[in-house]
Design a binder for this molecule. Sequence first.
Ligand code: HAM
Length: 412
Amino acid sequence: MQLKIVKGTRDFFGEKLLPFQFLEKKMHMLFQKYGFQEIRFPILEYQSLFAKAIGEETDIVGKEMYSFPDSNDDMIVLRPEGTASAVRLSIQNAVLKQNKTFRAYYTGPMFRKERPQKGRYRQFYQIGAEFFGEASPYADVEVISMLINYIEEIGLPDITLEVNSIGCGECRPAYQKKLQAFFTDKQDLLCEDCQRRLTTNPLRLLDCKKESCRALSAEAPKTYENLCQACFEHFDAVQAGLQAQGIQYELKATLVRGLDYYSRTVFEVTSNNLGSQSAVGGGGRFDYLFSVYGEKETPAVGFALGMDRLALLLDSQEGTPIDLFFINDDQLANLQLIKQARNSGFSALSSFEGNSIKSQMRQANKVKARFVIIQGERETQEQTLSIKNMETGEQTQIAVTAFAEWLEQWKQ
Ligand code: HAM
């Protein structure tokens, strides 16, 4: 039997894993500063959770979900995204009955049966954040600020933020009619999917990736010029908030996002260095999603970032180096020293194979050790340790009894 990995999925180890670990570490540090708490929900959910929320007419629900019946013939899916799950978690655990607002973040694998290519996988990884319970435009600004702050923290250059408003239940029906009227006499120029969308969900036309449809969309009536007074004021305040925070953005009238649950503000961050899969992340407001599940209307706004795409953009050298690598003839003494180092808060490793010093030094280089601590024959006799600073190349010798003091000195 030939061992094969499933198409569109990947294994991660060594260097490939480093940017993911780095991204997660930064996520925890930064998101908690904004008062967000981590949530975890299952990979398996009922299909109806997403079909209702994301919309039957979207690519995700229409053709990309991995679904199968469980033993009761209920349809189960591998989650294609996290927003619907975060809403379900909040409803089922009555989170908003205890507090007026809920700020939550998550990370993990998502699944979409798309055609794999660079930056597009069938199992991919997202970092997401959702903010429930605040209708204010400044909640949108807060969420976008956190997203932009995160991008800065991880050091990504050349990122563009695009924003738009797609209105609400008040103004969108009239806008959809206007769109329909605009596209109806150009129907023959639309792709097959868009000809159907014209009657089922005209807003989706603006999201079509086909060149011919995009050219027409560029001329279509603009979403942000067809907002009701309340949506206009909301979008105005979002933009004023972004400007006040010094966040640069571009208005993009055709930005409607690939999921149907959005209302008012939508946004996307893109990079020019990713080829065709340029969207690094996206999000927006989804004030109607709770009511789709029969709950009281609850304002909500959030985003998700594609970790795989962030990892492609990051220098793969980022990651956590090992603090100390031990080379020791006496393995029992070695275990003792490693334990002492780890107890003092250092990451520490050694090889137990007893290879040559040269080969162990190579290993230390590979794990990017900051210091190599050697106790060979001579050091054992003298009860000393030779310590090499791998950054400067400097070598010092200390008494074994002074090791605790040395650790204290280098503790950060
Ligand atoms: P989304 O735009 O579908 O939004 O996905 C967010 C990001 O996930 C994309 O910008 C992209 O970077 C990444 N992504 C999506 N599909 C793939 C794929 N097949 N391979 C690699 N990366 C991919 C959402 O999922 C919404 N839940 C975001 C949100 C949260 N809206 C409000 N709250």
